[in-house]
Write a protein that binds this ligand. Sequence first.
Ligand code: UD1
Ligand code: MG
Length: 499
Amino acid sequence: MDKPVDVVVMAAGKGTRMKSALPKVLHRLGGRALTAHVLDTAARVSARHVVVITGHGASEVEASLSTWTSDGACFGFQSLAVQGSAAGVQPAELAPQAAPQLQFVRQAPQLGTGHAVQQAIPVLPDDGITLVLSGDVPLTQADTLQDLLALCRGNGALTEPGLALLTLDMADPTGYGRIVRQPDGAVRSIVEHKDATDAQRQITEIYSGIMAVPTSRLRGWLARLDNDNAQGEYYLTDVVKFAVADDCPVRAHCITDAVQVAGVNSPQQLAELERAWQARIAGQMMAEGVRLADPARFDLRGHLRCGRDVEIDINCVFEGSVTLGEGVRIGANCVIANAVIADGAVIHPFTHIDGEKLGVKVGEGALIGPFARLRPGADLGAEVHIGNFVEVKNSTLAAGAKANHLAYLGDATVGERVNYGAGSITANYDGANKHRTVIEADVHVGSNCVLVAPVTLGAGGTVGGGSTITKSTPPGALSVARGKQVSIANWQRPTKNKS
Ligand code: UD1
Ligand code: MG
């Protein structure tokens, strides 16, 4: 059986160049903390334990990451999403994984990467492989790490387990640790830029910051580290020379995709990696059949699950947990968060949907927008129509109900086929409490009505335009509550004084 993998995530550094009060590793990429992506990757290589080394902003980092799950449950909206069209596909990157055991170890003060891993080593079992990752390097792919782990394990009789380094050839390697090789090509050491000779600085193969090593060997090598170098730090990279001295194989896995080992040190780098991540997710979604009008103008900041034949126009943002059923079409410039949108529904351009913790449900074949706003607890049945400048909050609309123009429905229960006129609102808040409005099936509410809750409009009734309804109305009746129209003949308007 393969040795189990235990991951150490270095996340103690300060991140001065972010110029932010937020610890660097909590800055968001695709809507999630940088280090949450690293934990996702650890889960994808079936890590047994993950030990996160914290330092700067330790309590904030620990509090944030302790809510991590690989299935997006951290968005607080998982239950409703699961009830949605279960058959949907999601980007491979976001598929749920078995969660490793997560543990935090503090490093104070921060005396270098070797010192960081020294803090974790007491909690790592000897029978595993330690995979060292950085909390600010979010886009490493699981396949790449599997290749590195295979190199670390060796292949049984032919090659023994050893130290495996992830490396990269870089046109401008300034600042990075260089991979120094013997004339026969064998790796001899890693020399940090600041300690390197001019000749060593010509080397373009750099150490990515990621290594895999049998934990029993690492333990011994870490005990031998010193800080006798240009930066006065305990360098993790010094374990390479100990491995060589101990005749332990050192192997390098050199990749060409720089994005996979790119770290975030500045807002510019964060934005670059954000675009790289979005491009990767968009590619995975299109591979699953989702039709994006322009993959460069698509943003996912959470989890998205799509049925067959989903079409998404340009400049849409999806946040939290969103499920789109079969044949759903999303118009341009929509922002959609924490919602389940059933098969065949159409969301027209410029619609804003955010279910927050309660979620939003849009029924089959519903038409929403343009310029609609669905807020938490909006639960719309099949074929419901919500038109421009209509806001719906904490309200249930049964099948076929329509509110097509300039209206507000808050804390309302709306029956089947109700037609809710332009400019009508539920007055649901008396300044202290919220009250419900019940509109039974087949009611027709005219334009510009105020329904003062609590109030019930009986089934099949009609409310005349411009009514302020303060008392419940009987079924089937026409209810009108407004000043009676009078006309005064030959009315003379006042005239202005001439002075
Ligand atoms: C390190 C490597 C270098 C490699 C580069 C790749 C060492 C000595 N050097 O350089 O060979 O090319 O990464 O990016 O390892 N951290 C801690 N505690 C510390 C110091 C750092 O947790 O005491 C964390 C940082 O937050 C960061 C990671 O370790 O996430 C790497 O540290 P950083 O200072 O960026 O690495 P370099 O010294 O630049
Ligand atoms: Mg450093």
